[in-house]
Design a protein around this ligand. Structure first.
Ligand SMILES: Nc1nc2c(ncn2[C@@H]2O[C@H](COP(=O)(O)OP(=O)(O)OP(=O)(O)O)[C@@H](O)[C@H]2O)c(=O)[nH]1
Ligand SMILES: [Mg+2]
Length: 364
């Protein structure tokens, strides 16, 4: 009986009434969030493939909207930062060997000393680089051979994104009294396993942000975070356009991101959520393009190699999968730049709030 009556009522609704009824459902959804304790927060879910920059954004939110990192928390990052420094220099030295870039005799001595230190390391987990090795690493990094390798070959081999940042600062980072700064922490790389969550207040709104791991094994856990998501913040490393997926070397890394994005945004689970796309590592993308034209990796691209045209082409592919374009916003970002993230996050939130009010009929 109920179903029949509803069906009859439904058939008599005018277009305006239907629109009002959908407005009222939208308002109900907004209000119902206010009634349950844990849900009166705007939930943002960070998604994207490995190394695209999700945790960097997550850490920036702590810097911008929470108290940053306590001294104890900062110390937790010391070994990871030192491990990043070791890895970056090792990658550069291996590249020098591979590209037959030879070192001066004095640099060679430092390289031997660095390699010897690395070989004798007993506990890479609790790694602390001694001051003398820090100075030795600095001399190697400043050498003509390594600088030459970095300047001319850095996009031809796997190198940590923050290699330059860490090696430029290696003397400070290996001082006895060193405590990692917020910027050091933002630049450091450790892959996420499991699910991390923070809560903060911004512009009088309560936010919950959830960070997950992007590696293949971690993606299986994403489903546990899919409830009540208000905004999917999908992060793509746009500088991946010429790289292969390390977990499936037949697949272009940007295409892999695109396939995951498509599955997420077309899922019924997110039909009410806003979708924000961050085209991240835009700084690396700009540096890389002249060395690696987009057309070389995407043969269907027939524009010129200007950054704007290349970016628009990539953006268009992602935008094509979106059904409700009113709730989709995209931005170019450099997640390691706190000022840039502050501006972009503020802008994304303003767009989303305004669109939610508009779709609830509370704003023109
Ligand atoms: N230059 C540059 N480096 C970036 C940018 N965003 C992130 N990075 C660096 O990229 C590395 C990887 O970033 P993460 O935030 O750990 O990546 P993730 O998406 O959390 O990776 P998983 O946890 O494995 O899923 C870190 O060293 C960051 O400092 C960016 O926009 N520009
Ligand atoms: Mg992470």
């Amino acid at each position: 009986m109920g179903a029949g009556a509803a069906g009859l009522r439904g058939s008599r609704l005018s277009a305006e009434e239907r629109a009002n009824s959908s407005k009222s459902r939208a308002i109900d959804r907004i209000l119902s969030k206010d009634h349950s304790n844990d849900m009166n927060r705007f939930k943002i879910l960070l998604l994207g493939t490995s190394e695209c920059g999700k945790s960097t954004i997550f850490k920036q939110m702590r810097v911008l909207h929470m108290d940053g990192f306590s001294k104890e928390d900062s110390y937790e990052y010391l070994s990871i930062i030192h491990a990043n420094c070791m890895e970056a220099l090792t990658q550069l030295l291996e590249a020098c060997d591979a590209f037959h870039i030879y070192h001066d005799l004095s640099v060679k001595e430092d390289v031997d000393r660095f390699r010897d230190f690395k070989r004798k390391l007993k506990d890479p987990e609790g790694l602390v680089i001694p001051v003398v090795i820090g100075r030795c690493m600095d001399r190697i990094w400043q050498s003509t051979s390594v600088q030459n390798c970095f300047e001319t070959r850095r996009f031809s081999f796997a190198l940590l994104d923050s290699a330059k940042y860490f090696l430029d600062n290696i003397v400070r980072l290996t001082e006895d009294v060193y405590v990692p700064t917020a910027q050091d922490i933002v630049h450091c790389r450790i892959s996420t396993s499991g699910i991390n969550e923070i809560a903060f207040n911004y512009k009088k709104m309560d936010f919950r942000m959830v960070d997950v791991g992007g590696q293949r094994t971690e993606r299986r856990k994403w489903i546990h975070c899919f409830d009540n998501v208000d905004m999917v913040l999908f992060v793509v490393s746009i500088s991946d356009y010429d790289q292969l997926d390390p977990e499936d070397c037949r697949m272009n890394r940007l295409r892999q991101s695109y396939e995951i994005f498509k599955t997420i945004v077309q899922s019924d689970l997110f039909r009410h959520a806003s979708i924000v796309l961050f085209l991240n590592k835009y700084d690396i993308f700009l540096d890389k393009l002249p060395n690696s034209p987009l057309r070389r990796s995407f043969s269907s691209y027939d524009g010129d190699n200007s950054p704007n045209d290349c970016r628009d082409y990539i953006k268009k592919q992602f935008r094509r999968c979106i059904n409700n374009r009113h709730k989709f916003f995209s931005f170019e970002t450099n997640a390691t730049d706190t000022t840039n993230l502050d501006l972009v996050f503020g802008s994304a939130v303003a767009h989303i709030v305004s669109e939610n009010l508009r779709s609830a009929g509370l704003q023109e």
